[in-house]
Design a binder for this molecule. Sequence first.
Ligand SMILES: *Cc1c(COP(=O)(O)O)cnc(C)c1O
Length: 466
Amino acid sequence: MTDDIRRRMFAELDNKQALEAAHEAACRYIDGIADRPVFPSPAALQALDRFDHPLPDEPGDAMAVVRELDETGAPATVAQIGGRYFGFVNGGVVPASLAARWLTDAWDQNTPLYLTSPIAARLESVCEGWLRDLFGLPPETVAGFVSGTSLSNVCALAAARQRILTRLGWDVARRGLDGAPRLRIIASRAAHATVSRAIALLGFGLDRVEWVAADDQGRIDPAGLPALDSTCILVLQAGNVNSGAFDDFATLCPRAREQGAWTHIDGAFGLWAAASAGLRHLTAGIEHADSWSFDGHKTLNTPYDNGVLLCRDRDALVDALQATGAYIEYGDQRDGMQHTPEMSRRGRVFELWAALKYLGRSGIDELVLGLHQRAAQFAAELAAEDFEIINDVVFNQVLVACGDDTATDATLAAVQRSGECWVGGTNWRQRRAIRISVCSWATTEADVTRSVRALVAARNSLPGTT
Ligand SMILES: *Cc1c(COP(=O)(O)O)cnc(C)c1O
């Protein structure tokens, strides 16, 4: 039996039918993206019932596996790589980055150590330098390559805790938090949910956070900031997940630094503003922070999942994430797991490197600025159609209302059903809002206009309107 499965798999590698079929299906998917409903049809979702069968008793063949995914799976995908998906902050895919993913998936590298993948280690070092340079961060800044900003925020707060408690003579890894010196966390009421989760997960206690009020755009109010000291972690934000607003780093970061506090910036999608000459004013002052989180999979449009932590205090980060074992051999080359909480890890740096290499400085600038320009176009065209734009469109996010909450929600539901585009909903300053995130390079001016038409049609379809 075991011999048989091995023979079968050698044959799959030999004839490559499944690999080539997968490639052909993926290319066909890409070609058809504009004709696909942006959210799967009810029939496509119904067809997912076909997957509900018991685990097969016997091996199948690889072609059949690929075919099942292509035939039943693909129609139930969200057409995220097309130009009319504006949900959450998801991002499309830079072709060179996808191609790099395909190639390097075949390499199947595990990347904790230089020894397990010298190429991954080298490209992590290269990207670390490029990112530091792109965002204008201090030369001592190091990078950890993780799944996303969720985890990057956890790592940053762990490093901050390590630094502050070490300074106070407390080894938190050994002694834990029980009885530890008091450490303060200051965060905005408009902080992202993953900041709260990181705080909870690390045992700081959400009730002990000193929450600071945010203004009408979701920016932390500098006047509401308590006095800081060297036991403080200040969490700021580049890109509010609803409004896209940026905290006032130029005021806050130097102030925190003077007072010896650790500043972390959650810049999941917004940190990329620093890479665009036309938007860089939004991130002025970030270089005075201590750590920064951002995603490749959002604004930069790498495939999922791709997050990065940048931290100027390497020792604190490495000590916070330390892992040792008799079989782990750290060398004098870069060992990526010293900067991440995982051990085994796929080579997600490959697609990040490919996107950066392909786009270059000017391509990144153009991509990021383009998202803003399409968002501004959205706001202008919607306003001309009597929708209400309820945020300042400083980056890629547009918040829209049409009359009361009931009308806004009904319009949202109708446009989601249309399959023409996909936008999400949110609550913003005690109102319901339609939330538009322009975060794919593939969104054209025509996509924006078509989506605006779909929103107008959705609003006009409501009972009581003509
Ligand atoms: C998306 C987002 C996160 C979480 O990032 P993931 O990549 O989804 O883990 C955190 N903060 C902000 C502001 C975000 O937009």
